[in-house]
Design a protein. Sequence first.
Length: 312
Amino acid sequence: MSLFIPEYDSLRIHEMMLLDSVRTAAYQSAIEASVRPGDIVLDIGTGTGVLALFAARAGAGKVYAVEPTGIVELARRLAERNGFASRIEFIRARVEEIELPEKVDCIVSEWMGVFALQENMLPSIASARDRLLKPGGKMLPESVWLFLALAEAGKLHDRRIGCWQRRPYGLDYSDFAGCQANNVHAVAVEPEMLLSDPVEVTRLDLQQVRGSRLDVRVVLTAARAGVCHGLGGWFRAQFPEGIVLDTAPTQPLTHWNQAFFPTLDPIPLRAGEKAAVRLAAEPEGAVVHFSWEIVTSSRGQASFSGDTRRFP
């Protein structure tokens, strides 16, 4: 079972993203700091066109705004209403399908899904970068870091998994609990839920990255005695001029929340106990399937594997 993938021709999803002031203001600042007068800009997945509008307002001579869904018609109207229709060319297509009459100075895209990778847009970004970006051109964002930490989230775990293990309505719903345990949940992971210090598991350089596949192994150490209910995950996007979009639990909440990779059963941990963690991401079409494993030494055995591919 994979996470729900938003329908990007829905006004509701665009309203949610536009009202995320942390997200939108970070992109606005980055575009204003990076786009120079006369620049040629490519906006991948333009949606309602807000990033294209920011680029045009920053002085871009031409913006190619690419969007495969019907929301692009609203974006055209918004560009006209804001006086930028002559400098923004909207193209309804996947970016892999297009050719442009010129190379671009800057590629901007808000491609990140849950735990950054989940919507599998990186192959599209890489394709556009390799074919359409000028040598030395800018990528916004420049890089994205992924972080993991052990999480003690008893109430969250009970609400999503534990309640289905207690025979609701007198019925055996343990298979549903298993489905939930093999799903990635986009939720608010509070700072006090972190059972270990976070560890950076990878850095995605947007000038080099090819796709969304990932396989990382880290050792996390319990900072205190507690019960591990899974992993908390988040990302930080870096833009030029030191501009950062950080979705960590300690930062203001965004529409991404954080990713929660649960265990089926809780794992008690002692202070200082180490947990060997493996997390993998496997692309399949428009989604990325995650799998994860936590192995500890408690009582000689305590491990859990989750895999979003397990339940179709």
